[in-house]
Design a protein around this ligand. Structure first.
Ligand SMILES: NC(=O)c1ccc[n+]([C@@H]2O[C@H](COP(=O)([O-])OP(=O)(O)OC[C@H]3O[C@@H](n4cnc5c(N)ncnc54)[C@H](O)[C@@H]3O)[C@@H](O)[C@H]2O)c1
Ligand SMILES: CC(=O)N[C@@H]1[C@@H](OP(=O)(O)OP(=O)(O)OC[C@H]2O[C@@H](n3ccc(=O)[nH]c3=O)[C@H](O)[C@@H]2O)O[C@H](CO)[C@@H](O)[C@@H]1O
Length: 451
């Protein structure tokens, strides 16, 4: 019998124990579609678990790097070594063609981008193209896993019908489960291996059973089986919108604290001593590839309007302008104007230590300051340049050679702790992250929401 006839999962006549043994011994081939910030760590953990993974990525540089045992995803502790080890052991390899990867796989794991369009509509085109490739290679007993973050209802209404229509299988011959990745950049391996419970939701009980079996071997944490695929999709998106709304609350409270002339951070820290209170932190904006986008997986997904999610997005998107307005106000109180000022923006990435600038609040902040006529400089220890930002990038060690009229802390990278603030002539400072203590200097400091 061929390898593929021996080891299937969905509706297989093998016992669960036999299937588990086959999976762990590498007799059940896995394909992971998308080897990016989330996909490569996931493929590597699959490979260390089952020893038989082919990654598919349309970027030839990604494929050649992986096949050399190199890790193109930066700043992920342990990932360099794991990619190198699993490739050297023959447990992980990569191809450019998703269709080629689908041909031999029994478990198909999709973790490709699911961005939103300029009109804030979910864009599932990449995921659909991967589903077409999987459909072409789908065989009886296979399991399709959707790890991507998608609008609730996507698998039920779009992906499953695609797989049925474009494969030559009947609905009873293959499984589909939504197992959303709950991974944060910078801690991917620990998250995938079990920082949080793994959520799985199948299109039927057999799909859920198989997903539980597979992820029970990948994670050290528990596997939570939810009633269906749409619930699993919703869990992931709900986690994200909870955060966006909560940050918006903190930002609105910051504006209220300004009006009340109190420190919002003191008030929030004290309010959060109540176990039922978990107000997040105000800041100059909300960036990244997740939190600013997930609300649009709900806002536009159903017929009725959802005002809270929309309003939260508006509040968070107002924070860059709020921050620049504060810079202008403080300069004006020092009888300076933004148009004649040299302003230093500290931190361009969306959060500390992560080389990612999608939706980064520093981008509109630099643009607004430039629009107002300021001479804008930027420092960011994890970015090689300030491409895409209206700012001149300075290395940290060069800051002492300049004097600025204002500084704005947008993202509090650890490396900023070494800045010699006493070396600058007195200037205004807007601390967007409540992370500076400059009370010992002559600088005029405003912390968002009051210090
Ligand atoms: N990055 C995060 O922190 C994060 C957090 C939560 C959820 N997610 C979700 O994870 C998924 C993947 O995101 P990511 O951050 O890894 O994206 P990424 O941009 O880092 O990587 C995506 C990879 O997919 C490849 N790709 C694009 N089209 C492809 C195709 N048709 N076939 C195969 N490969 C293709 C790209 O070349 C790239 O290497 C998304 O659904 C995202 O919403 C990401
Ligand atoms: C698996 C997954 O999806 N994980 C997500 C991922 O999210 P992420 O990588 O997008 O990072 P976030 O920390 O959410 O930040 C987003 C933006 O919001 C700003 N922000 C944040 C908190 C706050 O109180 N006030 C703020 O203003 C911040 O500066 C930044 O610009 O990891 C988080 C754990 O780190 C998770 O919780 C989150 O589900």
């Amino acid at each position: 019998m061929s390898l593929r006839e021996q080891t299937t999962l969905y509706a297989s006549d093998a016992t669960t124990e036999e299937q588990r043994e086959a999976f762990l011994s590498g007799d059940i081939p896995v394909a992971v579609y998308g080897l990016g910030k989330m996909g490569l760590p996931l493929a590597a953990v699959y490979a260390e678990t089952c020893g038989n993974v082919v990654g598919a990525d349309i970027d030839p540089d990604v494929v050649s790097a992986v096949n050399r045992g190199d890790c193109h995803v930066q700043r992920e502790p342990g990932l360099d070594e794991l990619v190198s080890e699993t490739v050297a052991a023959g447990a992980l390899s990569a191809v450019e063609s998703p269709t080629e990867a689908a041909r031999d796989a029994t478990i198909h794991v999709a973790i490709v981008p699911t961005p939103i369009t300029d009109d804030d509509e979910p864009d599932l085109a990449i995921l659909q193209s991967v589903m077409e490739s999987i459909a072409a290679g789908l065989t009886p007993g296979d399991l399709v896993v959707v790890e991507c973050t998608v609008p609730p209802g996507t698998t039920r209404d779009l992906l499953l019908p695609m797989l049925e229509a474009e494969s030559d299988l009947s609905r009873e011959e293959f499984g589909v489960a939504v197992c959303p990745e709950r991974t944060s950049s910078g801690r991917a391996l620990q998250d995938i291996r079990g920082a949080y419970p793994k959520v799985v939701g199948g299109v039927d009980e057999e799909s859920t059973r198989v997903a539980e079996l597979v992820y029970g071997e990948l994670t050290d944490n528990e596997v939570i089986a939810v009633p269906n695929e749409t619930t699993a999709e919703a869990v992931k998106v709900f986690e994200g919108v909870y955060r966006d709304v909560n940050i918006a609350l903190a930002n609105e409270l910051a504006k209220i604290a300004d009006a009340a002339d109190i420190s919002v951070n003191e008030a929030i820290e004290t309010a959060n001593t109540q176990p039922f209170c978990d107000i997040h932190k105000p800041g100059p904006g909300v960036g990244g590839h997740c939190i600013p986008y997930y609300p649009y997986f709900l806002i536009r997904q159903f017929d009725e309007e959802f005002s809270l999610l929309t309003t939260a997005r508006e509040v968070n998107d107002s924070m860059p302008a709020f921050t620049v307005e504060k810079v202008a106000e403080l300069l004006s109180e020092e009888e300076k104007s933004v148009s004649d000022s040299r302003v230093l923006v500290l931190g361009l990435t969306y959060r500390p230590g992560v080389e990612e600038t999608r939706a980064a609040p520093a981008r509109p902040i630099c643009a607004d300051l430039t629009e107002r006529g300021a001479d804008v400089f930027a420092a960011d220890p994890v970015l090689p340049n300030a491409d895409g930002f209206d700012a001149t990038k300075l290395p940290l060690e060069a800051l002492a050679d300049y004097d600025f009229d204002a500084a704005v802390l947008v993202t509090d990278h650890d490396e900023f702790a070494g800045i010699d603030w006493a070396g600058f002539d007195p200037m205004v400072v807007v601390d967007g992250r409540n992370s500076l203590d400059l009370s010992w200097t002559d600088h005029r400091v405003y912390t968002i929401g009051g210090d």
